[in-house]
Design a protein around this ligand. Structure first.
Ligand code: NAP
Length: 291
């Protein structure tokens, strides 16, 4: 008789066939798989910059999959409107103002969520700034600080501060948002050199945090979107300085949609990705990524 074990803790088990020299691997049953499938029931997620664009789509998808999602952005009006929309769809959401670049805002978001729900399981650090920083060698110290403060430093400290609230829950998944620009700093070299570089730093942040947190049972992954149809993406798409590489060299021949990033986030948040950590996953319609 095979002993019943949880799906994630299965090991090779020997059955009577073992005596015939065969190892028999205990496989999940269909009903176990169905229970596990993408379900975020009972989980709590915190998503920054989530009243519009990619962050909104991710928040919506996590809630559709069963999580309670805490949304946030800089403006109360945007938070209220996004909450109204998500609640009208019957989703379990709450929200508050949080400027991801402001330490006090980040702390309030994490502490309030932890106090209300006894911790949380999923953190998506989605906020980024992209001032027209020009070519790298033209970047001023002030612009450099603004970009790296929000895109790199804030992401790291958000995750670091979230850790005690997530670790104890047992299924913690941290998701950073980089960019195809992190691999291809030349994709918009004329107007966002330092931005691309900040997104390259996020790739390294993901790898290093995953190594340190893996033994503690916390997974850390990163999504690298290509050009996506959002306010931010539309600015890049419509900028004449965006090179042909981005415009014409995409095998899927189109920009992505926010919900296509949301499906990936739901996967990385769920048990379906339970053996994935330290991965920077490119979702860019086939645009080449590499250094
Ligand atoms: P977006 O459409 O411009 O989304 C803006 C959202 O972020 C709004 O909810 C906005 O609300 C909020 N927000 C902006 N700055 C914030 C801040 N400092 N703190 C908190 N919330 C803030 O942007 P997106 O295209 O969805 O981009 C999301 C992420 O994907 C970014 O990390 C970006 O670098 C990355 N990405 C995007 C693309 C693309 O083509 N779209 C490609 C590669 C990577 P408030 O105005 O109320 O703050």
């Amino acid at each position: 008789m095979l002993k019943t074990t949880s799906l994630l803790s299965r090991r090779f088990l020997l059955s009577s066939a073992a005596s015939a020299g065969q190892d028999v691997r205990q496989m999940a049953t269909a009903s176990e798989l169905a229970r596990q499938r993408r379900s975020l029931q009972g989980r709590v997620a915190v998503v920054t910059a989530s009243t519009d664009g990619i962050g909104f789509a991710m928040a919506q998808r996590l809630a559709v999959d069963g999580a309670h999602v805490v949304i946030s952005s800089r403006h109360q009006k945007n938070v209220d409107e996004a909450l109204a929309k998500l609640k009208s769809e019957g989703l379990s959401v709450s929200g508050m103002v949080c400027h991801a670049g402001v330490k006090e805002d980040r702390t309030r978001l994490l502490e309030k969520t932890a106090a209300e729900f006894g911790g949380f399981d999923i953190l998506i650090s989605n906020a980024a700034v992209n001032p027209d920083s020009g070519r790298l060698m033209k970047c001023t110290e002030e612009v450099w600080d603004k970009i790296f403060d929000t895109n790199v430093k804030s992401s790291f400290f958000l995750a670091k501060e979230a850790l005690p609230h997530m670790e104890k829950r047992g299924k913690a998944s941290i998701i950073f948002i980089s960019s195809i620009g992190g691999y291809l700093p030349n994709c918009a070299i004329e107007f966002m050199g330092a931005y691309g570089l900040s997104k390259t730093a996020v790739l390294g942040l993901t790898k290093l945090m995953a190594i340190e947190l893996g033994p503690r049972g916390v997974r850390v992954n990163c999504i690298c979107p290509g050009l996506i149809e959002t306010r931010f993406g539309d600015v890049i798409t419509n900028d004449k300085r965006t090179p042909r590489l981005m415009r014409d060299n995409c095998p899927l021949q189109r920009n992505g949609r926010p919900e296509e990033m949301a499906g990936l986030a739901a996967f990385l948040a769920s048990d379906d990705s339970s053996y994935i950590t330290g991965s920077n996953i490119v979702a860019a319609g086939g645009l080449q990524s590499g250094f």
